[in-house]
Design a protein around this ligand. Structure first.
Ligand SMILES: [Zn+2]
Length: 218
C-alpha cells in the first residue's frame, strides 16, 4: 500500500480551518510541527497563527503534534545548549496543553544540522524531518535525516514527482505550510490545489499515518 506521511509546519491557522476537514474526509492523519509564534502580535492581528486552543483541538481530533522549536532559528547557528532549550521549550508548552510529549522533530528552515540531530536524539526523539524533495530510502534510513517534499503553488510539478514515487512503491513525506499561506507566498498552497492533491492520494489508495505511527510501523 502506498504510504505518505503528511506534515504541516509553522502553526498556520488555515491548516486547521481548511486542511483538516479535507484530511478527515479521506481518513488521513497528519503531523503538525509547532513553533512558538503564539505571542507574535503581528500574527495574531492577522489571525494567521494558531493559538493554544487550536493545538489542543488538533490533538483531540487525532492528529500528532511535533517539535519545530521555540523560535524557528537555524539550528546550525546554535550551540548544543541553545538547541536543547529551543526543543525543551516546546515540550514545556505541550505539558501546559496536556498533550503527549513530541516524539518527532522538523529542522527549522529545512536543512539537516548535525548539532540538532545529536541533541534531539539524546532527548528521546525517534525521527527528524528535513527537505530535499525526494522519497525515503527505507533500505538505508537515517531516522534523523528524513527527506520530504516541500510544496508550493510556485512548483506545480513537485506534487506529481511525489505521486510518481508513491506509484513506484516508494514512501514519501509531504511538507505543507498554510492552506493558503498568505504570509509566506513561497510556500503557499491554495485550498483548491490541496483538495486536488489529497484526492489524488486517495485515488491511488494511499495510506497516511502520523509521522510517529509510521516510524513505529518500520
Ligand atoms: Zn518552519
Amino acid at each position: 500500500m502506498p504510504t505518505a506521511v503528511i506534515t504541516f509546519d509553522d502553526v498556520v491557522r488555515s491548516q486547521l480551518e481548511n486542511a483538516v476537514p479535507i484530511l478527515q474526509k479521506h481518513g488521513f492523519k497528519a503531523t503538525f510541527f509547532v513553533c512558538d509564534w503564539f505571542r507574535d502580535s503581528r500574527v495574531h492581528a492577522l489571525r494567521q497563527g494558531m493559538d493554544m486552543a487550536d493545538l489542543k483541538t488538533l490533538h483531540q481530533l487525532g492528529f500528532e503534534l511535533g517539535n519545530h522549536t521555540k523560535d524557528h532559528a537555524n539550528p546550525a547557528s546554535l550551540s548544543v545548549e541553545e538547541n536543547k532549550a529551543q526543543v525543551a521549550y516546546i515540550e514545556d508548552l505541550f505539558k501546559e496543553l496536556q498533550v503527549p510529549a513530541p516524539k518527532v522533530y522538523a529542522y527549522p528552515g529545512g536543512p539537516y544540522a548535525e548539532v540538532a540531530a545529536t541533541t534531539v536524539k539524546s532527548m528521546g526523539y525517534i525521527a527528524a524531518r528535513t527537505g530535499g524533495n525526494r522519497p525515503l530510502d527505507l533500505a538505508a534510513l537515517n531516522p534523523f535525516d528524513m527527506p520530504s517534499y516541500l510544496f508550493s503553488d510556485d512548483c506545480p510539478d513537485r506534487f506529481n514527482e511525489a505521486l510518481s514515487a508513491l506509484k513506484e512503491g516508494k514512501t514519501v513525506i509531504l511538507t505543507y505550510h498554510g492552506i493558503p499561506d498568505v504570509e509566506h507566498p513561497w510556500c503557499n498552497v491554495s485550498i483548491e490545489h490541496f483538495t486536488e492533491q489529497m484526492q489524488r492520494l486517495a485515488d491511488i489508495g494511499c495510506v497516511c499515518p502520523t509521522y510517529s505511527e509510521f516510524m513505529k510501523s518500520l
